[in-house]
Design a protein around this ligand. Sequence first.
Ligand code: TNX
Length: 526
Amino acid sequence: MQIRLSPLLSITFLAILPLMPSCEPPVTTDLTKSTLIPQPASVTASGGTFVMNADTKIYVSDSDEGTDAVASYLSQLLSPATGYALEVSSSEGVNELSGILLEVSDDATLGKEGYELTITEGMVKIAGGSAAGIFYGAQTLRQLLPDAIEASVTQEGQTWSIPTGTIRDMPVYGYRGAMLDVARHFFDVNEVKRFIDFLAAYKMNVLHLHLSDDQGWRIEIKSWPLLTEHGGQTEVGGGKGGFYTQEQYKELVAYAAERQILVIPEIDVPGHTNAALASYPALNCDGRAPELYTGTEVGFSTLCTDKKVTYEFLNDVVRELAEITPGPYLHIGGDESHATKSEDYLPFVNQVQGIVKAHGKTMIGWDETAQADLSEGSVVQLWHNADFAKMAVQKGAKLIMSPANKAYLDMQYDSTSRIGLHWAAYIEVPDGYNWDPATIVPGIGREDIIGMECALWSETVTDMADIEYLTFPRLPGYAEIAWSASSLRNWESYEKRLSAHASRMESMGIGFYRSPKVAWAASGKE
Ligand code: TNX
């Protein structure tokens, strides 16, 4: 079909062209109009602008621990697009500071993760409760700069201005996580680093790595080398799989730590263990190793819970993982163990909990583990069963909220989404945003919860483009749920801010899902 415009219509069309939005969004001088995600606790504008230029320096005080690292992170973050050196120097003895100053605040009301960002025409000051707070202030500063700051090449002719005013901000939850399943499909070190960068940009602070499942074992365990030599060699669909050496894992832990992100490793037991069972016949009750598995069924495998070698194996795995994991937590899975006899499941979880404790770590388990004798401090991650969550709270445990029908990044947006599952729900962008961890399960409140985590299971996720498509634009919403007070959150405000983030995501090279549920700002690039 051909559409012809009448001459009159085309003239009218030409006449309105100059009124259409240009590619460059207008620069605002009103800080309260900034489209920040997550929404900060308070914003006050003063109507001017600070302009970053080739002479701008980043100052740190010699006495503040950890701020050096944040300063060089910030310098490296802002350098590619600006082309500026953004030299880091000591604030000591400098009379007329002009530039960006990072310092640890003595204002206890900020908490460790809070910050105060004060922007005047001559100066940007980020005062944080600790290096973490300063890091989050730096992420806010990043979002206040024009979207082009995300470009990987120098943006000639761009003015790097920021509206002046003050932002005071701190998170509601101390645990703001995302899980990445590297077992169903393997993602290499660089891909995981990019995922970590996504989390950092939205002030999330936990990366939960699902390191083992039926389809693959992804972390080198030196005392049981076949786990990766054999069990790491494939993935869903029969691809070549892969694994991280302990050195590579440490590299990821360090990369995450530079971004204030804690890595929580998960070894899923006693179910979801076909890759381990295929690697070591002794772990099977009948002493016979199954074939490697490349399908997507769940619930068919189990470690042999009454063999001594099973616990020797787990002790070695937990010991080696604990040695390379500086954070306090180890996740032991525990979900969907349908092949484990029910009378064996609880004693097994109790025993694994003891092993985790013996190696100085705190156990996290999926909600089924609430049935065990939870020790003080153990944490339960809700994914589908509210009764288990209540049981956990009754036993004194704290919860991480990951309800599958709200927080699973592997759920399709709608029935037309090119990848993803839908067993729990279709999760369009507003559905992923419009809920509150503190009210979603009746009887469970704010005080029972340490935070929330979204989860990207990877049965249908094969590469970075797939990760980006399912993660964006939902991730910023999960970050806001975990960071911002529920009284400050509403869809109308969030939708506006998210739509303004489209060109930012484009500059970051993120191939995001252009949800029809979001009125995207015209970026000129569609
Ligand atoms: C359920 S959530 C699982 C995973 C699957 C996921 C797919 C959970 C603890 N177990 O094994 O990958 O659904 O959405």
